[in-house]
Ligand binder design. Structure first.
Ligand code: ADP
Ligand code: MG
Length: 279
């Protein structure tokens, strides 16, 4: 099932003098249960794809299938609304979307908006706030009194409160310190192990290598490479040409190869490095 894009193109402000093509003929699949990374230089179309995955945008051409729902250029909002609950989209700098007067109310807003009673929504909100590591003492505080990292986690709890089957994350760790980054990446890993499908946009190739099982590489609105991370990162020259690079350990191995070391294939994690050296 999952989500499929078939020959999708997207043009912003189509039919006006300001029309700008963001995606050209993209076909890809987000498999149920996968941890899919979407990478590409700024402006390559990543955020546009994410908004197609949950029906915020409808394709200009081609079709998007989200579980049983088919989205075509003529689809209307009414047909799409229910997939927004199943595909939770965490925007870049998600904390900017916070608006309620307390942390608890902000997280409870989504489920209430989809018809869950206030008490029930607050029960879900408490559970999700605990999951993202927000202490109970903060539940009745204004979200705007929290640190940036805490606000980001509140925003993520708000999406999790919808109990989505797929969690779509647009650069979720941008601007956080290394500890905050690691905590969030651990949270997504845990959610994935609990059965949630993850779609991650990131510019951190080490995270792609460590967490993802499928990668799509975008360049200028086109899908230019895809496969498992260990496959995608074999082509160092290509990944550097499109200004993405490869994991640190992969680069390091390449330097060693130039000095005479041998690897059975280029490693993308430290575990693989140990396994592949002298292979
Ligand atoms: P990425 O997330 O990879 O940086 P985007 O999907 O945001 O890329 O953008 C892809 C292209 O579409 C870029 O050329 C960008 O300038 C353009 N674009 C994005 N959003 C809009 C918009 N709201 N109106 C017009 N053009 C847009
Ligand atoms: Mg973007």
């Amino acid at each position: 099932m999952g989500i499929t894009l078939e020959n999708v193109s997207y043009i912003y402000q189509n039919g006006t003098p300001f029309a700008s093509t963001a995606l050209s003929d993209v076909s890809l699949t987000i498999k149920d249960g996968s941890y899919t990374a979407l990478i590409g230089h700024t402006g390559s179309g990543k955020s546009t794809i994410l908004q197609l995955l949950n029906g915020l945008l409808v394709p200009t051409d081609g079709e998007v299938r989200v579980f049983d729902t088919l989205i075509t250029p003529t689809s209307v909002n009414k047909e799409i609304r229910q997939i927004r609950k199943q595909v939770g989209l965490v925007f870049q700098f998600a904390e900017n979307q916070i608006f309620e007067e307390t942390v608890l109310k902000d997280v409870a807003f989504g489920p209430q908006n989809f018809g869950v009673s206030r008490e029930e929504a607050e029960t879900i909100a408490r559970e999700k706030l605990a999951l993202v590591g927000i202490d109970e003492s903060l539940f009745e505080r204004s979200p705007f009194e929290l640190s940036g990292g805490q606000m980001r986690r509140v925003a993520i709890a708000g999406i999790l409160a919808m109990e989505p089957r797929i969690l779509v994350l647009d650069e979720p760790t941008a601007g956080l310190d290394p500890i905050g980054r690691k905590e969030l990446m651990n949270l997504f890993k845990k959610l994935h192990l609990d059965g949630i499908t993850i779609v991650l946009v990131t510019h951190l190739m080490d995270d792609v290598a460590e967490y993802a099982d499928q990668v799509y590489v975008m360049e200028k609105g086109r899908l230019v490479k895809s496969g498992e991370p260990s496959f995608v990162f074999q082509d160092i020259n290509f990944m550097e040409k499109i200004q993405l690079g490869v994991p640190k350990i992969t680069r390091f191995a390449q330097k060693l190869i130039k000095r005479g070391a041998t690897f059975k294939q280029l490693p993308i994690t430290i575990e693989e490095f140990k396994e592949f050296i002298n292979g």
